[in-house]
Design a protein around this ligand. Sequence first.
Ligand SMILES: [Zn+2]
Length: 93
Amino acid sequence: MINNKLIENFYSASVLVFHMLIIKCSKCKRKIYKYVKIGKGQLIRCWKNRIVEDNCIVEGKIIKCACGNIIGTDEGNFIKIKSSAIIISGTKQ
Ligand SMILES: [Zn+2]
């Protein structure tokens, strides 16, 4: 008996695209995160285990830039990103 789910997972894993993104503050253009994004689509969450470089300021659950701009909120395993507060640049790896 062939496990279809297993084949599906294997197939999707083989077509994954990794992007190294630089996430900057939209106000002062400081670099906030260097982040590895998997796949296409809008950046809504930043998974903590994929953040390579971290320059943010943490105030409880609020994630800020050094200039005071609120970047997002800490949701445990990930940062929920406020998309209007950031600028994303990056290269395909
Ligand atoms: Zn800033």
